[in-house]
Design a protein around this ligand. Structure first.
Ligand code: UDP
Ligand code: MG
Length: 318
């Protein structure tokens, strides 16, 4: 059996950790014996997550725990764990047990039988999630599919099994604004879906409130598509044509002496153009802002502590 890593970002997941470790460890032990590691990342939690991780890592030599210096967000915490993972095969999991770790043997089998580099889990059902969350997710994935050039699988989260070469390809991508499920789709190789039913959270509340989901959605769209920019330039072009028509209309009014233009139409044009300009500028600003952030080339995350068997040659955060 090849060495297996299971990477789990955790933010305020104190109430889930013991159950998580019990279930993940049982599955990993069944398929890989001692040839596995469980990489837990504490993404700057405010509760007792780090204390629980320290306790779990002390009791189980297969567990490696990483403490980030502050909350860096799900995608960066995951990146930190993936950087440190040493496995030949790597499973990405959520800490809240919404993605059942017991699917691992079937995912490994799918990887072998279909000679795949990535087995990504696709949500058939989502238990215990609000209608608003399910609806926004459904709309988001379909809109993303329309806007992007990379075909990103619908209704798939970060729950997936990857081969070492797929992970190395992913880690070679340096961007700050990380939308990992899209980046994995971008690298290519053979990627196969694996349908499953998403469970309810084991404990606690979602840490993806609307604002965070929106920010992930903007990272996804701007990271994988310049369609909004193209739309901005097309709209700008169309508006230029339109303003020539208005100029012609004004000129005719001036020539025929009926130039007492209506206030209403004037306001309509001013307000309408203003709105479109703001929108287009905002769209450009979204890209410019990300360009600015990328240009600083900051490390993606800062590690405070590592417990367990971290790779010595890993340069953390770069
Ligand atoms: N998470 C994280 N940092 C954050 C927010 C979330 O590491 O800032 C982790 C969280 O602990 C969980 C995973 O990301 O393991 C998914 O988060 P959550 O379950 O809250 O999202 P949902 O399943 O509701 O989309
Ligand atoms: Mg969850």
């Amino acid at each position: 059996m090849t060495f297996l890593s299971i990477v789990i970002p955790c933010f305020d997941e104190e109430a889930c950790l013991d159950e998580l470790h019990r279930r993940v460890s049982a599955v990993a032990r069944a398929v890989a014996g001692d040839d596995h590691e469980i990489v837990l990342i504490d993404d700057g939690s405010r509760d007792g997550t780090w204390a629980a991780m320290t306790r779990i890592a002390a009791a189980d030599p297969q567990v490696m725990a990483i403490n980030l210096s502050r909350n860096h967000g799900h995608q960066l915490a995951l990146t930190a764990g993936l950087d440190l993972a040493r496995g030949e095969r790597i499973l990405i999991l959520d800490a809240d047990l919404q993605d059942p770790p017991e699917l691992l043997p079937d995912m490994l089998a799918a990887m072998d039988s279909q000679r795949a580099d990535v087995v990504y889990a696709v949500r058939r059902q989502r238990a215990g999630e609000s209608l608003a969350k399910r609806a926004s997710a459904a709309i988001f994935y379909r809109l993303l599919d329309k806007l992007t050039d990379t075909s990103i699988p619908l209704d798939a989260g970060d729950f997936r099994l990857m081969s070492r070469r797929a992970l190395d390809a992913l880690l070679a991508m340096p961007e700050q604004a990380r939308f990992i499920r899209g980046m994995v789709a971008w690298i290519g190789f053979r990627q196969v879906p694996f349908a499953y039913d998403r469970a309810e959270r084991h404990a606690g509340e979602t840490h993806y409130p609307f604002a965070k989901m929106l920010s992930l959605a903007f990272d996804a769209v701007t990271g994988f598509s310049t369609a909004p920019l193209r739309f901005a330039s097309h709209a700008g072009l169309a508006l230029t044509g339109f303003s020539f028509l208005i100029l012609a209309y004004i000129a005719v009014g001036w020539l025929t002496g009926t130039a007492v233009a209506g206030w209403t139409s004037l306001m309509l044009v001013v307000v309408g153009l203003g709105a479109v300009q703001m929108f287009v500028l905002g769209m450009i600003g979204e890209y410019l802002g990300r360009l600015y952030i990328e240009s600083k080339k900051r490390p993606l995350y800062i590690v405070a502590d590592v417990i367990g068997t971290a790779r010595e040659d890993t340069v953390l955060g770069y």
